[in-house]
Design a protein around this ligand. Sequence first.
Ligand code: SF4
Ligand code: SF4
Ligand code: FES
Length: 256
Amino acid sequence: MAEAKAKEAKTQTEVSGGAQLVSIYIMGERYMVPDSLTIQKALEFAGYQLVRGCGCRGGICGACGTVYRMPGSYRIEVGLACQTVVKADMHLTQIPFFPANKATYNIDELKPEGSYVASHYPELFKCVGCNTCTRSCPMDIEVMEYISQAIRGNIARVAELSFDCVMCGLCTARCPAEEVQYNVAILCRRLYGKHVAPKAEHLALAVKNVEEGKYDEGLKELMSASEEELKKLYVAREAEPEMADEFWEPEKKEYL
Ligand code: SF4
Ligand code: SF4
Ligand code: FES
């Protein structure tokens, strides 16, 4: 029904509900949509139900990689559908999944050395240095630079440079050397987290507490509480103040 509504609107070009209607082309089909919408909302306005290719709606999960082209330009542009506002006459489609190479490994058995990264992703050495990956990244990550650091075996630098990667796959989709930049990056971050970064003592303690069943009783109580009781508990809970410093602790410490 929404699709019919959007198609009916094809003849309109004036302001509707405070927004200007503009035409966009979704997989070659023309729709009129408000110019204030993100691509994601425009897809829904046009009647598409986003089952895949949509997750957090906040630029974090990387599920909504989208390619588009503007008329008169040969250039394929990229963006996250939930973060990119429509532009008049853009031609677009989403690439919610890219069938890229993904190595399987047991991180405990690997060492934080470049040879382990190279043996899982030997295509690394096919990089031609074109920098298309960096230009394609909606998170403004220096993708070519972290691939270059991966080739050199600098795991820590790859982990640092790729920290903001949302795994959208847009770099891989455009790479002429068929690199899987984001999978290389996550392998390096896992190697760094597992074998190089100092262990967080409070995390180790929390894991130990879980394993020893310290929270089992409290969880059982919560699970047997009614909805009303849960609401009361939630409202009465001791929450961390917004401006608390890193040393803040709750008064009740039995679950620390
Ligand atoms: S797009 Fe591919 S080939 Fe080009 S610099 Fe990036 S990783 Fe290398
Ligand atoms: S590095 Fe690649 S997968 Fe990660 S956010 Fe950038 S384009 Fe997306
Ligand atoms: S829906 Fe998660 S990044 Fe767009």
